[in-house]
Design a protein around this ligand. Structure first.
Ligand SMILES: NC(=O)c1ccc[n+]([C@@H]2O[C@H](COP(=O)([O-])OP(=O)(O)OC[C@H]3O[C@@H](n4cnc5c(N)ncnc54)[C@H](O)[C@@H]3O)[C@@H](O)[C@H]2O)c1
Length: 467
């Protein structure tokens, strides 16, 4: 959206905000109400930080916001971030120093998952609104600390759940809200990561439980948040299985970096990071600062997360969910079926045999990672009511930026914060917690061999209807 339109839009928005419209995170807008730019500091200048929360905000919303500081433990990535984002603000290795000196209104947290809590809590305690990438955190103890920090603060935490904002996901929400299939009673939800995207998690810090909380948390937080939001209820109990059978020490050989491994010619997963200029400049050229290797061997012994996962989730409104996550599928896609008292709703994305399409899996992954890809294509949803024929509903969708969710999330936060959203897509601390806690409960269930109640994990009590 051109910046002049943004400014005009904000002028209209200001009057509704000052008239007292209730908006989650509305303290964020007080600088704009005073005619000043929103001051943003970002911690974690990796790919997500500098592209989606960095360059895109600068490109689209520079007339209403400015970056006043960037923080990372890697000085090379900080240097690269300044160029890539085209900003000239001060850079820091120390987060507290940055907040003290630069006094941001909003802190954006895009570090690795296991230390999100550190910056969320410090940011709130130091008087800033905070926006964190998913997952909010990686275990129940840090989750409680974040809940406590927000309670004692007069600021807000926003969790960047982008998938809720994709038109396809929103259409599912709309149909469920309209009770198109009556009251939902059970759900089958299966997510398939292919051998490009799925494998990528095992190359990086995501392969270590202590860094990403396992894919039950790092990846499935997206899926659990969608379930919580679609079903409009809190999870109550989880029983799960998980194992590591494909990657990690299961591999037939292992090397150091993928780029120059001696097993290159016989490894189907071989990936040469140096062929990608952006990733080379951001990561490979800065390895000497902190030893962060982006193209580790996915068969290394230290990998301690699951690569196949299956759970049953019982919701407080008595909906039962069967969920599974696969990390070495030949294709990348997902399918869901909601069973209701009056029928069934089925939805899916990117299942080649269903769509009868030839899709390059490598190309699919590249498009999904690309914020700029925006071509619209139509995808069906099926509703099938009892004693009736099924109905096919075509939904306009986008390939890039998480199905078009990324840019809509930005617009909600930075362009339309005042606008009532009938689908309630804005997510806060309780949403962040409830999605993480399903993953934590799944992990605990695998270890203990018993079902785990969500109420055991923090002081949040599940409710039949979400608040
Ligand atoms: N919503 C989505 O769809 C989506 C997509 C991609 C990534 N993400 C999330 O974004 C976050 C970042 O992902 P990424 O792929 O850019 O990771 P990354 O590892 O490439 O970048 C993380 C950055 O944080 C820095 N960092 C780590 N610890 C730090 C510390 N203590 N202090 C300061 N800096 C520190 C690292 O040096 C690195 O530059 C993750 O939490 C990830 O889950 C979300």
């Amino acid at each position: 959206m051109p910046t002049e339109i943004n400014r005009r839009h904000f002028l209209t928005m200001l009057s509704s905000l000052s008239a007292g419209t209730a908006v989650a995170g509305s303290t964020l807008w007080s600088p704009i109400l005073k005619g000043e730019k929103l001051k943003i500091a970002l911690v974690g200048t990796g790919i997500r930080g500098i592209t989606f929360w960095g360059r895109r905000l600068v490109e689209k919303y520079s007339d209403i916001l400015e970056f006043v500081g960037l923080c990372d433990i890697n000085p090379g990535r900080l240097e690269f971030a300044l160029k890539e984002m085209q900003v000239s603000c001060p850079t820091y290795a120390n987060f507290e120093k940055m907040v003290q000196e630069r006094k941001p209104d909003l802190v954006i947290v895009t570090t690795k998952d296991s230390n999100h809590h550190e910056f969320i809590i410090k940011g709130l305690d130091m008087g800033c609104d905070v926006l964190t990438e998913k997952p909010m955190t990686t275990d129940e103890f840090k989750c409680q600390e974040i809940i406590d920090a927000e309670r004692r603060s007069n600021k807000n935490l926003i969790v960047g759940f982008n998938y809720r904002w994709s038109p396809y996901m929103t259409k599912i929400k709309e149909l469920l809200m309209e009770e198109k299939i009556g009251k939902v009673t059970s759900v089958d939800f299966n997510w398939y990561l292919n051998t490009y995207h799925g494998a990528s998690y095992f190359r990086r810090w995501h392969g270590l439980r202590q860094a990403g909380g396992t894919l039950w948390v790092h990846k499935a937080t997206h899926h659990f948040d969608l379930l919580n939001w679609w079903l409009d209820s809190d999870p109550e109990e989880v029983f799960a299985y998980g194992d590591l059978e494909h990657y990690g020490s299961n591999g037939p050989f292992r090397g150091n970096n993928c780029r120059d491994c001696e097993h290159t010619d016989k490894c189907a997963f071989h990936w040469d990071i140096t062929k990608n200029e952006f990733l080379t400049n951001l990561y490979t050229k800065n390895e000497h600062h902190d030893g962060y290797i982006r193209d580790n061997c996915l068969f290394r012994e230290e990998i301690n997360i699951y690569d196949k996962m299956s759970a049953q989730i019982k919701y407080a409104n008595n909906v039962f969910v069967n969920y599974s996550l696969t990390t070495y599928s030949p294709f990348e896609g997902w399918r869901i079926a909601f069973n209701g008292t009056d029928g069934r709703l089925e939805a899916w994305q990117d299942i080649p045999y269903v769509e009868e399409q030839d899709v390059s899996q490598a190309e699919l992954h590249a498009q999904e990672m690309n914020q700029k890809a925006g071509d619209i294509y139509y995808k069906p949803l099926i509703t099938h009511n009892l004693w009736s024929d099924y109905e096919r509903i075509m939904v306009g969708n986008e390939r890039g930026g998480h199905g078009g969710g990324d840019k809509r999330l930005h617009d909600k936060i930075f362009v339309h914060p005042e606008k009532e959203d009938p689908y309630e897509r804005a997510a806060g601390v309780r949403d962040g917690a409830m999605s993480v806690l399903i993953g934590v409960a799944a992990r605990n269930s695998i270890e203990s061999g018993r079902p785990v109640r969500i109420a055991e994990l923090t002081d949040l009590q599940p409710r039949a209807k979400r608040i």
